[in-house]
Write a protein that binds this ligand. Structure first.
Ligand SMILES: C[S@@+](CC[C@H](N)C(=O)[O-])C[C@H]1O[C@@H](n2cnc3c(N)ncnc32)[C@H](O)[C@@H]1O
Length: 238
């Protein structure tokens, strides 16, 4: 079972004040770039939203004409918020499921094979210890020619063993000496110890290729280094 930090009340209350929770799509600063990686039309497509949070991407996909969206998250808090924001009379074709991506394969035999045209995941995969197993499931769930678009926290942020700026005189440095030491990092985030998995960019790329994806586009988004940097991937099944 994953850490499921979003189900700890204090953390969830603080996280709920983040712009992406208050404004949805308009508050997700990486969205304009991610949108360019998605198909130009979602009409009649079947879509998977992994680590859906409050479901803003799922609602957007349905508004774009998707036939059905399956939205999954491990957090009951997030799913309750997502359901409240997606009333069935307005969003009848979104199905919300409580799923731990860490153990996708073991749950009901895994994701249905070749059931989706598009898979999406926003800032969730860097929590997974067994990323390869989850990606295998995503790959298997896509039809030939399907697309997987996702964002993760940029590895330069997860790299330090003790995340935080180091002051050297008037300059502040972000330590990257442990960039190549992959593995778990514990970060104090909103007053809570949060576990994330650090991987190098090449490690993400290798794992994606190992499970069968063709990497179409990789991009980095950032306002500036002190604020937010994301890695964004657009992938295609063959
Ligand atoms: C930073 S939030 C992003 C939510 C949303 N995708 C967005 O872009 O705003 C990360 C989400 O991933 C979910 N998550 C983390 N680990 C997960 C896991 N093992 N299985 C399913 N969901 C997970 C969290 O519960 C949370 O809703």
């Amino acid at each position: 079972m994953s850490q499921n930090i979003y189900d700890s009340i204090g953390f969830f209350e603080s996280y709920s004040k983040y712009p992406r929770m208050e404004k949805g799509l308009a508050g997700a600063s990486e969205w304009p770039l991610l949108e360019t990686m998605l198909p130009s039309s979602l009409v009649s497509k079947t879509v998977l939203d992994l680590g859906c949070g409050d479901g803003w991407f799922s609602r957007w996909a349905l508004d774009q004409g998707a036939k059905a969206v399956c939205a999954m998250d491990v957090s009951q808090n997030m799913l309750s918020r997502a359901r409240a924001l997606s009333p069935p009379d307005r969003y009848p074709a979104i199905t919300f499921r409580q799923v731990d991506m860490e153990t996708l394969e073991g749950q009901d035999g895994g994701l249905d094979p070749e059931a989706n045209d598009v898979a999406f995941s926003g800032l969730a995969l860097h929590y997974l210890v067994n990323l390869e197993a989850a990606l295998r499931q995503v790959f298997r769930s896509l039809r030939p020619g399907g697309l997987f678009v996702f964002s993760v926290e940029h590895p330069i942020f997860t790299a330090p063993q003790r995340p935080g700026f180091q002051k050297s005189g008037a300059v502040q440095d972000w330590p990257l000496s442990s960039y190549f030491a992959e593995g778990e990092r514990e970060v104090d985030w909103l007053g809570t110890p949060v576990r994330k998995q650090h991987r190098t960019i090449s490690s993400y790329l290798k794992t994606l290729r190992t499970v069968g994806f063709e990497v179409v586009v990789v991009d980095e988004w950032g306002l500036n280094m002190g604020v937010e940097v994301r890695d964004l991937f657009g992938l295609r099944t063959l």
